[in-house]
Write a protein that binds this ligand. Structure first.
Ligand code: HXC
Length: 523
């Protein structure tokens, strides 16, 4: 062999290299690829082909091999060690990625597999570009033992130190079990594919053995479960290509890093577009619900919104929109669910979104219609005090431009929580339908006029009269405006143009905070 190589011509060496590379590019081989396709999944290479602009993907460390010897591993070849890493362009912008390939030893993560991921993450951090992980793996490579765990540790460490520095997105496109779930959870956004992906700490067999509960993989950790019950998943997708397409849409809103300009996409929409439909959104009856998403859509460029966490904590909506092509993060109470009140999950959902936007310099637009924090033992014992505090902390710590529009109720502590002036809102506007008060008129009158109502000849008539008086005094935007606690009362149809003008004016906003190591957000 040595002699042959010595005798080999340059062309032979090049041909030899080509053959070796091509063999590796086949990853687990035809049989495994067919199995992957039969289970409704693309291979890692096919996924990367779909994600990256044609021909732009540059693979890194294709020739890496594992070096374990136990359990027959000395005889086992794992092409690319089960993970493809590299960088390329997505819609013309550089992105780094690691895609685990289930066809190659189940995409299991051993020492060298993890070192490839470390390398590509280190490159993404150094280059200040987004990192995307496409996960499809049986987890820690069982034959390798603790080096696999060490490998995960190195990934979690990099996920953490680059948090808020570069955007990190994970797509779950197959199994993710055990501690392996924590890299996705440490990244900014988790996408899952319906029916073919699942995540859990302990699987159905262990659950059955330990607590006797019977549950399927999908019920326990499928896309729908994590999108609607646990909140682990931010975007549910129909299949692999849908997942990759949606990641591209999300990327289009994000800067390369916290030090980069926001991506601006030219729009055909106009800055002075009136939204007459907004004059009719608020129902005449105060107790009636309406869909806050109609307002967000009406305001957004071309009515386009990218909603995250759509099926979880639906009493608050978080979404990315563009205004005159510039990305904006929207946080909005949604009266369609729990009357738009704030609970544990809504507080968590909004707080994390606010912190993401602030980290990447995306301005915050808040629409408030909130009757208060949700009452009850379930919420109190789940820690609504602790979780609600996150929302206050997240808004107050954010230094990006912050604009608030009060559409209807804005009561009590929840008023403060929905980006009120003293949490640092740069500008608060209210519609004429706004009710900014300590509480609703009925509750307020029952407390402050109890003896007056009870001693009246006609208590019901007295109560109605007192409620009307309270509403006139406090349940409107005029008292807050007279105190300068809100800046302005606007026509609903002017909402888009007022926000655009404000964001343009605030574009160079610079705000600093006290110098320290870091905040201690209530977790
Ligand atoms: C080594 C693995 C592997 C693993 C799969 N394979 N998982 N090899 N370590 N963890 C290999 C299989 O041996 C097989 O190799 C190939 O991948 C395909 O696997 P199949 O079992 O044939 O596929 P399928 O029937 O689709 O089943 C998929 C699966 C199953 C449900 C994921 O493979 C499975 O249960 N794997 C083990 C899952 C697990 O317990 N992982 C450890 C979790 S704990 P060949 O050579 O036959 O093709 C963990 C701790 C992380 O990850 C902690 C981080 C802090």
């Amino acid at each position: 062999m040595g002699d042959d190589l010595q005798k080999a011509t340059t062309q032979d060496k090049i041909n030899n290299f080509t053959a070796k590379a091509q063999a590796l590019l086949l990853m687990g081989g035809e049989k495994q690829i067919n199995k992957q396709h039969e289970s409704g999944k693309l291979t890692a290479r096919e996924r990367l082909d779909h994600l990256f602009d044609k021909g732009s993907f540059q693979e890194v460390q294709l020739f890496v091999q594992h070096r374990s010897i136990l359990f027959g591993m000395d005889k086992k070849e794992i092409p690319a060690d089960g993970v493809i890493t590299g960088f390329g362009k997505v819609n013309g912008r550089i992105v780094f990625a690691a895609a685990q390939d289930f066809t190659s030893s189940g995409g299991s993560l051993g020492e060298m597999h993890s070192k490839k991921i470390w390398k590509i993450m280190d490159m993404a951090i150094a280059a200040q570009k987004p990192f995307i992980a496409l996960n499809d793996s049986g987890g820690a490579r069982i034959q390798e033992g603790v080096p696999s765990l060490d490998g995960y540790g190195g990934i979690f460490y990099r996920n953490t130190i680059s948090s808020g520095y570069i955007p990190q997105i994970t797509a779950i496109m197959g199994p993710t079990a055990g501690g392996a779930v924590y890299s996705p959870a440490l990244t900014d956004w988790v996408f899952m594919v319906k029916n073919t992906s699942y995540m859990y700490i302990t699987g159905p067999e262990v659950i059955k053995a330990v607590i006797g509960e019977e549950v399927t993989h999908d019920q326990l950790g499928g896309a729908v479960a994590h999108a609607s019950k646990s909140g682990v998943c931010h975007v549910v997708t129909e299949n692999d290509t849908d997942c990759l397409d949606k990641i591209k849409v999300l990327l289009s809103y994000l800067p390369d890093s916290c030090n980069s300009e926001l991506p601006v996409i030219p729009t055909t929409d106009t800055a002075d577009r009136s939204c007459p439909e907004l004059n009719k959104v608020i129902p005449d009856k105060a107790a009636r619900a309406y869909d806050m998403k109609k307002i967000i859509k009406a305001v957004a460029d071309n009515n386009d919104i990218f909603e995250l966490h759509e099926s979880w904590a639906q009493n608050i909506t978080v979404a990315l929109i563009r205004l005159m092509g510039r990305p904006v993060g929207v946080i909005a109470n949604n009266p369609m669910f729990f009357a738009g009140s704030l609970n544990v999950n809504a507080s968590d959902k909004a707080s994390r979104f606010i912190r993401f936007c602030d980290a990447f310099n995306i301005p915050l637009l808040t629409f408030a219609d909130v009757p208060g924090y949700m009452p009850g033992t379930e919420q109190e014992w789940s820690g609504i005090i602790r979780h609600g505090a996150k929302l206050l902390h997240a808004y107050a710590e954010a230094t990006v431009p912050k604009i608030t529009v009060v559409t209807r109720k804005d009561y009590g502590g929840a008023y403060i929580g929905m980006c009120s002036k003293q949490l640092g809102a740069d500008y608060v506007m209210a519609w004429p339908t706004a009710e900014i008060a300590v509480m609703g008129a009925e509750g307020a009158c029952n407390i402050i006029y109890r003896s007056e109502i009870n001693s009246a000849a006609d208590p019901a008539a007295k109560r109605a009269e007192l409620i009307a008086g309270y509403e006139e005094k406090f349940n409107n935007p005029y008292f807050a405006a007279s105190m300068g606690i809100i800046e302005e009362i606007i026509h609903p149809h002017d909402t888009r143009k007022r926000i655009i003008a404000l964001l343009e004016a605030l574009q160079n906003k610079k705000e600093t905070r006290l110098t320290k190591k870091h905040n201690n957000i209530p977790l």
